[in-house]
Design a protein around this ligand. Sequence first.
Ligand code: NAD
Length: 358
Amino acid sequence: MAHKIAVLPGDGIGPEIIEQAVRVLGALGQSFELQEAKVGGAAFDAFEHPLPPATLALAKNASAVLFGAVGDWKYDSLPREFRPEQAILGLRRELGLFANFRPAILYPELASASSLRPEIVSGLNILILRELTGDIYFGKPRGVRTAEDGPFKGEREGYDTMRYAEPEIRRIAHLGFQAAQKRSKRLCSVDKANVLETSQLWRDIVIEVAREYPDVELSHMYVDNAAMQLVRAPRQFDVIVTGNLFGDILSDEAAMLTGSIGMLPSASLNASGQGLYEPSHGSAPDIAGKGLANPLATILSAAMMLRYSLDMAPLADRIEAAVGKVLAQGLRTADIYEEGTTKVGTAQMGDAVLKALA
Ligand code: NAD
């Protein structure tokens, strides 16, 4: 049976970059059942909701969701629940997507795009696994109140609750070890166990889970040190597993090491392997409709979809190799252009990947 894929282009450059990823999927000689629906601002304009029931139902019934990007400044004055970005939060919640995989790969040809020296960063290939549904972002109680004690008693104070339940830590730890098994068998768990109780439990559980993966070498690092090591000697890392807050920050830091947000895919998975695949960047309204957007992050997200949700790793390898080939040929969209290379637009980059696949 053909795999069902929900295709949600969204706003801004979303439709342009998704178009190229869909062409690449179409060139693989497989029959996928692709069904498209509106999401984000485009859905708000048509149905007065960023995640209409029909779009959500389509996503729920699919093996995977291929997502472009959402958002535009023109929606900034809407009440929060109607803003385009709520569509992603809604999909994460409704599909139970708790594991966010963000690779940071620096292709040798793009080494000079990084803010770090090429000898420090060239060949970088890190996978950050961020827990997505727990931690201080969702912990209760939270709010603003009048301080009842301490040096600022009687003043207004904001407060949040950092929390992780044991099964939540256990399931993300398993995915971290399994990802490490498929790579160089090294896993670094990042926490702040010297200060936070939540982190101490995190560390204890990760150590317990490690017993089931004797072939993986586990290390632990405090988040402040991890942030430092990522810019000092990033190639020491292979797979990093961490909580929602630390992962949010570290995955953006790692992304910037590669110098181009237009190159970075991401995947968010639930317990049954169903996933949402999207580029790490946003809808780039500043270049939308101009044919300038780099479609490679979205094409690489489609490759991740084949690997993680559709069990088609050899096809994912083919796409990734084709992207490497196109870069080696010197083709660049404006975001990764440098002197001596050939500047191409969104569709031309798609054409080149198709040619490299053939
Ligand atoms: P952005 O990632 O959209 O753009 C940042 C900069 O990177 C811009 O200069 C843009 O032109 C450039 N850029 C991004 N993707 C590119 C690509 N593929 N090729 C070439 N250049 C690219 O971030 P922003 O400007 O802060 O946000 C714009 C909108 O996107 C906002 O409404 C924001 O809320 C939304 N957003 C959505 C997502 C998502 O859909 N997952 C993520 C982040 C931001």
